[in-house]
Ligand binder design. Structure first.
Ligand SMILES: Cc1cc2nc3c(=O)[nH]c(=O)nc-3n(C[C@H](O)[C@H](O)[C@H](O)COP(=O)(O)OP(=O)(O)OC[C@H]3O[C@@H](n4cnc5c(N)ncnc54)[C@H](O)[C@@H]3O)c2cc1C
Length: 306
């Protein structure tokens, strides 16, 4: 499709989660001509029963937060929302960008805000998906309260998780068991600390989650051992979305030590006028994602006439 003048935008925002919508709000109020692309695929947090720790919006469903936000953004008549995934961002002349959508929409923009988030790679474990977001939780600050005083299983997928999970879990329960995959090493000193805390250690991968209507009741380990738990704190591995890979490759973007897109303090990547905000930079939480996007939006405006 040929890009026409009607398809020229000041800012193209890719992704309409907390990050993308916060950027759209700030930029709408500065009267920029904006397009917001959002994939029709369910967002990362679609399984959430209520987003918590977001001031003034605590406990609302992800879709409710999005719709409420969009109705407020629409008031400013600056942003157009399109339910289409962006499949490519390419350089255009004058330092602009050309974006192509999965349904053939082609636009050009002076700035691009990448707010596509990140992808959880769900383990192929029976029962995982049914319980995900309710009694299998990625983050205790998000859903720990709703799982308070239950027997928790801590899936310690890394040395860091092994260190901090047993400490943090105490805010929500005193009954915890720790699952230790083969690739994580438990030192004698750490084992002693866990024993003092009354946390039993179970070695091996979880191969099945037993549940009734999404409520965890126990797990089976590689050894065949069955362990009773009621909640699993289990953060699955993450992977960048296809568009993120395309943009990194096309613009030769530098990555940080954790493998996320490197930006400056205002979330501008190494390519001028290309910004990356929210979970695309590592788990941000809804508030953190919005905060980053708000900062990026003010930086976009600050340099507009420079
Ligand atoms: C189960 C679960 C529960 C959670 N609960 C909480 C909680 O209670 N409190 C909290 O603070 N945080 C919670 N989080 C984390 C929170 O959801 C994220 O940190 C936050 O949503 C990140 O915002 P974002 O805008 O960066 O990304 P996202 O919210 O993931 O939004 C990205 C958007 O971009 C879209 N997209 C992806 N690719 C494309 C593309 N190519 N083109 C166009 N659009 C695209 C996606 O569909 C999505 O709509 C939870 C996460 C999960 C997984």
């Amino acid at each position: 499709m040929t890009i026409t003048s009607n398809n020229n935008y000041d800012v193209a925002i890719v992704g309409a989660g907390p990050a993308g919508l916060q950027a759209a709000l700030v930029l709408s109020r500065t009267r920029k001509h904006i397009i917001v692309f959002d994939s029709p695929e369910p967002p990362r947090n679609h399984a959430s029963h209520g987003v918590h720790n977001l001031l003034g919006l605590d406990g609302l469903l992800p879709d409710e937060i999005r719709e409420r936000s969009w109705s407020q953004i629409s008031v400013y008549e600056s942003a157009r929302r399109i339910r289409e995934a962006v499949i490519a961002v390419q350089p255009a002349d004058g330092g602009d960008f050309a974006l192509t959508g999965s349904a053939g929409t082609a636009v050009r923009a002076r700035h691009v805000v990448l707010a596509v988030g990140y992808r959880d790679v769900y383990p192929e474990v029976p029962g995982f998906r049914e319980c995900w977001g309710s009694t299998i939780i990625p983050c205790p600050f998000c859903d720990g309260y709703e799982n308070r005083d239950r027997v928790w299983g801590l899936v310690a997928n890394s040395e860091l998780a092994l260190e901090h999970m047993p400490l943090i879990v105490k805010h929500w329960t005193t009954a915890a068991k720790l699952f230790l995959p083969a690739h994580v090493t438990l030192t004698a000193a750490r084992r002693e600390v866990l024993e003092q805390q009354g946390i039993g250690v179970y070695k091996g991968e979880i191969v099945a989650v037993h549940h009734t209507h999404g409520m965890v009741e126990g797990v089976t380990l590689t050894s065949g051992e069955q362990v009773d738990v009621q909640t699993l704190w289990w953060r699955p591995p993450e992977a960048p979305l296809p568009l993120t890979r395309q943009v990194i490759d096309t613009f030769h973007l530098e990555l940080d030590s954790s493998g996320f897109i490197k930006t400056d303090a205002f979330y501008q990547t190494g390519t001028p006028r290309l910004w990356a905000v929210g979970d695309i930079k590592g788990w941000a939480g809804a508030l953190g994602a919005a905060q980053a996007a708000g900062l990026a939006a003010t930086a976009i405006v600050r340099d507009w006439y420079a």
